[in-house]
Write a protein that binds this ligand. Structure first.
Ligand code: LMR
Length: 333
């Protein structure tokens, strides 16, 4: 009897217009480590805007920038455990996911220009790497660009011997570890959120990053010299937990894919300009001295870092190197 009254009461509530119980939205927590005012930061906010619009509010995207929810290593673990649903780490940080092959993209002087980079990730190489991820329960949705790395310290880094003995912060890739090691430095992996203080207190002497990250993290205020070397490339892969993604209603997933495709086009269309503007602002701020390499100096850097290629075989495997050689028409060994 009691149960009957209760069911009747529920039926009445549901039948009254306007009293229908609102379904709570699906929440996507999107964690990342950079500032909002960067290509990735803007891309994440664009995805939020479009995802919420296309799903008519059925999906709510919560963006957590600047390591405000998790730092680099923790956010990868959180994705695997399901406490966040979306990330866009630099591909240099993918070894803990069991896919060291992504580090091939960190090879020094690999991409001659932005067009070559785009060709790589949009084509066979990008797809092959995403296939590797799937076996780990992670789905790669898109590649987001953030341009080329510069390098800095409190002494000018113009010729390869200038690096000797410096402690360099790296973000995670063993390929970066290797190219800094062959220059005679001591590389050290460190979370992005800790870099400013480590530079300020001398825990490390130098680092590498793109202009947008130097500017928004104020690294120029704790580094006397930056070399606009563009010796390696920084890209992100937007990733989700496969189980979460495949568990979404099909129509929602379609709308989210559309939002992601458009957010990706947007991010990739602003990345170069954002970094050019950031470089101009670093110059204008004048807190650091910018150095540019002559063609001879660049050649000397390339030669000094070249042993990284031979070494990389043991780290990333021959298959991805062959794929790169074939697709980009370059020699990787
Ligand atoms: C870094 O840790 O240096 C970068 O990968 C941060 C980022 O996400 O751009």
């Amino acid at each position: 009897m009691r149960r009957w009254i209760l069911s009747a009461a529920v039926a009445v509530v549901l039948a009254v217009p306007g009293v229908a119980l609102a379904q709570s939205p699906i929440v996507i927590k999107f964690s990342h480590v950079v500032a909002n005012d960067t290509p990735k930061g803007k891309g994440a906010l664009k995805f939020k805007e479009l995802a919420e619009k296309y799903t008519d509010g059925k999906v709510k995207v919560e963006v957590y920038p600047n390591s405000s929810l998790f730092k680099d290593k923790e956010e990868i673990e959180a994705l695997q455990l399901g406490s966040v649903q979306m990330l866009a780490p630099s591909t240099a940080k993918f070894a803990p996911l069991g896919v060291k092959e992504f580090e091939a993209l960190d090879l020094p002087w690999l991409f001659a220009d932005e067009a070559t980079y785009t060709k790589a990730v949009k084509g066979e190489i990008g797809k092959w790497l995403f296939n590797k991820l799937e076996a780990k329960g992670i789905l790669g949705l898109a590649y987001w660009d953030n341009g080329f790395h510069m390098v800095s310290s409190n002494r000018p880094l113009v010729n390869p011997p200038d690096f000797q003995g410096l402690k360099m912060r790296i973000s995670g890739s063993k390929i970066a570890d290797q190219y800094f090691r062959v220059l005679g430095t001591i590389p050290q992996i460190m979370a992005f959120s800790e870099v400013y203080q480590a530079l300020q207190t001398g825990v490390v002497d130098g680092c590498e990053n793109t202009p947008s990250n130097y500017l928004t993290q104020k690294f120029d205020e704790v580094q006397k010299h930056i070399t606009v070397s563009y010796h390696a490339h920084l890209q992100y892969a937007v990733i989700v937990n496969s189980q979460f993604w495949s568990g979404l209603p099909a129509d929602i997933r379609t709308q989210l894919n559309k939002a992601m495709d458009e957010a990706t086009d947007y991010t990739n269309s602003i990345a170069v300009k954002e970094n050019e503007d950031a470089l101009a602002e670093l110059k204008q701020k004048g807190k650091t001295t910018l150095h540019y390499l002559t063609p001879e100096q660049r050649k000397a850097w390339q030669q000094a870092m070249a042993p990284t290629y031979q070494w990389s075989k043991g780290r990333v495997g021959q298959e991805v190197l062959d794929l790169i050689s074939k697709n980009l028409d370059i020699k990787t060994n």
